[in-house]
Every structure is written in structure tokens, then in C-alpha cells.
Design a protein around this ligand. Structure first.
Ligand SMILES: Cc1ncc(COP(=O)(O)O)c(C=O)c1O
Length: 391
């Protein structure tokens, strides 16, 4: 196998010159491992594309041309064997906006929309923003891992829920859903005339020992009843550049996208389009290097938890850079993330924000250097000495 490109996280001194929310929310003595931004430098092709735009003073509105759909289709084919028709790809500012606008076209105010907690906290709000009401079908966990609760989802559709927002790979678990479960989900959606809006923003970050299955590839039912929304923004750290793609594979679903107000497309950032094209067309080698570093961090985190935080429950993720830690045995009270911020000076995602199922959990972002990750675990271990029985 070819050696992957060496992609290493920046140092804390470099990172503290950044001005994004990750670096402006806490004082300098706090390690910020909360929001899903990573600490790696921009991929060179992306940086070059952005510099070229600036050199040309090319900062107007996006033309909505075919380049981004074609670049995404090329990326989807080479990474996942997914044949996307570029004519069925439209852009908007971000994945969240794409979810809201799709739901607006799919539901009437007051309709229920299924989500699968513990899940990315804004899903609760995005459903409301679109006029819907959240219906929860929590994920199930067994010895092998996580599963969709297909019975609960079907019950919710049978009771009138019109749509579901699927998170694949799932945040905060880093779990790429299984093909057979996705097939079953598509069949259930078809049976009840519901639609699956599949948030696939973490898909490019699927680890190399796992497989991401795009929802629209699993069956005809999925193509008739599914819309995929994704972007280059998690993998290439481009959240501030505001560009995402909405993908369909049937006239029925395409009509939902084409029925949106034109403004939805105009909100796409021109710089975001250029950065995304560069990432999709020329970023694969860098992405493989990033994945190699994230997989090393994943293994490091497992070792550190085993050695220094043996009471913490942790299932290794198979996608992205988010670790879902069960800290209930540490006995840190109702708000463990707050406790660890105060005592360990490490900022983590509060599990409760991901749904009631997240009570007693925290989410740790390991998209950082091994040094920062080690320091974070050391700090947590030092701050929790004596809070629990380690045996
Ligand atoms: C599952 C998921 N969806 C959506 C988003 C937000 O994406 P965007 O900034 O494109 O709205 C995130 C950000 O972390 C995420 O994890």
C-alpha cells in the first residue's frame, strides 16, 4: 500500500491565532475539544483555490454552474462507487439549511419528523425551524454496536410522521449505518410514503477500516424516498465557507429540491464553491493522510482511556473525529461536561444536548494533535482521581 501523505495537526500556538468559535469560546488555559472543527491545516489544493479567488478579486455570487455538481459526482464515484447525476445536485449554504429547506417541502406545519438520538443537537431545532415536531426513535446498542430501531421508526411513520432526518455516519457515535439497515429503512419509508433526509456530512471522514454506504445507493425505494445532503466542510474544515450539496436520484425527490425558493441556491458562498470543488477534485490524497492521523488518534485515545480512565465507557468510532464517552461511573454529577470544564479545563460537548439518552456522556473531538489529546486525557484523569472506584 502507498504511504499516505503526512497530514499533521497544527500546534496550540498556531491554533490560537484562529478566530473561529472553537478558539474564541474559552480562555487560553482550556483545551477546546467541543465543536466539530478540526485542528489540521487547510489542504493545499483548497488553500490554492481560495488564494486564486482572492488574487482575481473573485468574491461575487456563485454562478451555480456545473463545476461543483460534477466535482461532487467525481468524488462520490471514486470514494464510494456512487454514481451521481450532476444534474441532480444543487447547492446551498450549509447542510443544516439543506435539511430545513427539504423538510419544508416535505411536511406540513405540525407534522412529526423522526430523529435518532443521541444525535447532533441542532437536529431538534432544525425540525422545529421547518415547522415540524420531533419524534424520537433512539438508536439501539448491543454487543456489536449501534443499530437503527426500525420498529420504532416504522411505528412513528405509521402514526403519521412524514419524514426522518438520518445521520449517516452518525454523530456523535462515528457509526456508519449498515447497508441492510438502510435498505430496510428505505422499504419502511416507501411503505408509509415518508421521506428520509440523509445527512451525510461526515461521510468523507469514514475511516479506512469501515465502509460508508450512501443512502441513495441502497435501493430504488431509497432513491424514490430519499434526499442526501452533504459537503466537504467537516473533512476539509470549511464550515465558515458555507457550501453544501443536496443530491437526489428520482424525479419525485428532485421536484422537492426544484420547488425550493431560488434564494436557497443563491445563499451558497462563491468561495465555498471554489474550496469544495478543489477538495472534491484534488483533495483525496490529503484526505487519506488526514484519515491516517485520525485513525492514529483513535487508537491513542483507546489506549489512554484504557490506561488512565478505566471507568470510562468508549466504543471506537469508525468515522469522523468525535468520541462518545460514557462518564457515568466517574460520578461527576448531572453535568459532567461542565464539571470537566471547571476542574480539568477541557471543553467537551455535553451529552445531554444530544438527547436524554446522552445524560452522563460527553463528546470529545479528537481531531487534534496527539499531544493535545494526551494532555486532555491527563487533565481529565487528574481531575477525577478519587471520584470513582477504578476496579
Ligand atoms: C451531523 C451534522 N450535520 C450538520 C452539521 C452542520 O453542518 P453545516 O455547518 O454544514 O450546517 C454538523 C456539524 O458538526 C454535523 O455534525
Amino acid at each position: 500500500m502507498l504511504e499516505s501523505m503526512d497530514v499533521r495537526a497544527q500546534t496550540l500556538d498556531e491554533l490560537r491565532t484562529r478566530t473561529s468559535v472553537k478558539w474564541r469560546s474559552y480562555p487560553a488555559d482550556v483545551l477546546p475539544l467541543f465543536v466539530a472543527e478540526h485542528d489540521f491545516p487547510l489542504a493545499e489544493p483548497v488553500a490554492d483555490a481560495l488564494h486564486a479567488c482572492i488574487r482575481r478579486s473573485d468574491t461575487g455570487y456563485s454562478s451555480g454552474g456545473p463545476e461543483l455538481p460534477e466535482a461532487f459526482a467525481g468524488f462520490a464515484l471514486s470514494r464510494w462507487g456512487w454514481q451521481v447525476d450532476p444534474a441532480h445536485v444543487r447547492s446551498t449554504a450549509d447542510v443544516s439549511m439543506g435539511i430545513v429547506e427539504c423538510l419544508r417541502g416535505l411536511i406540513e406545519p405540525g407534522d412529526r419528523v423522526v430523529i435518532t438520538p443521541p444525535v447532533y443537537p441542532p437536529f431538534f431545532e432544525l425540525v422545529r425551524e421547518a415547522g415540524g415536531v420531533v419524534a424520537e426513535a433512539p438508536l439501539l446498542e448491543d454487543a456489536e454496536g449501534w443499530h437503527l430501531d426500525l420498529t420504532a421508526i416504522e411505528d412513528a411513520f405509521a402514526a403519521g410522521a412524514k419524514a426522518m432526518v438520518l445521520c449517516n455516519p452518525h454523530n456523535p457515535l462515528g457509526h456508519p449505518h449498515d447497508r441492510s439497515e438502510l435498505e430496510a429503512l428505505a422499504a419502511i419509508a416507501e411503505r408509509h410514503g415518508a421521506t428520509v433526509v440523509s445527512d451525510e456530512i461526515h461521510a468523507p471522514l469514514t475511516h479506512r477500516d469501515a465502509r460508508f454506504v450512501p443512502f441513495l445507493t441502497v435501493s430504488e425505494a431509497a432513491r424514490e424516498h430519499g434526499i442526501s445532503i452533504t459537503s466537504a466542510s467537516k473533512a476539509f474544515n470549511l464550515a465558515g465557507l458555507k457550501c453544501a450539496v443536496m443530491v437526489t436520484a428520482s424525479p419525485r425527490m428532485r421536484a422537492i429540491i426544484e420547488g425550493m425558493y431560488q434564494e436557497v441556491f443563491w445563499r451558497t458562498s462563491h468561495l465555498g464553491v471554489h474550496a469544495s470543488i478543489a477538495a472534491f477534485q484534488h483533495g483525496s490524497e490529503w484526505l487519506d493522510g488526514l484519515l491516517a492521523s485520525l485513525e492514529e488518534n483513535r487508537a491513542l485515545l483507546s489506549r489512554l482511556i484504557h490506561q488512565k480512565l478505566p471507568g470510562v465507557g468508549f466504543r471506537e468510532p469508525r468515522a469522523s473525529y468525535l468520541a462518545w464517552l460514557d462518564v457515568r461511573r466517574l460520578q461527576l454529577g448531572d453535568e459532567p461536561a461542565r464539571h470537566l470544564l471547571t476542574r480539568a479545563r477541557v471543553a467537551l460537548g455535553a451529552g445531554r444536548d444530544f438527547g436524554v439518552q446522552g445524560t452522563g456522556f460527553v463528546r470529545l473531538n479528537f481531531g487534534c494533535s496527539p499531544e493535545v489529546l494526551t494532555d486532555a486525557v491527563d487533565r481529565i484523569a487528574a481531575a477525577t482521581i478519587g471520584t470513582y472506584d477504578r476496579h
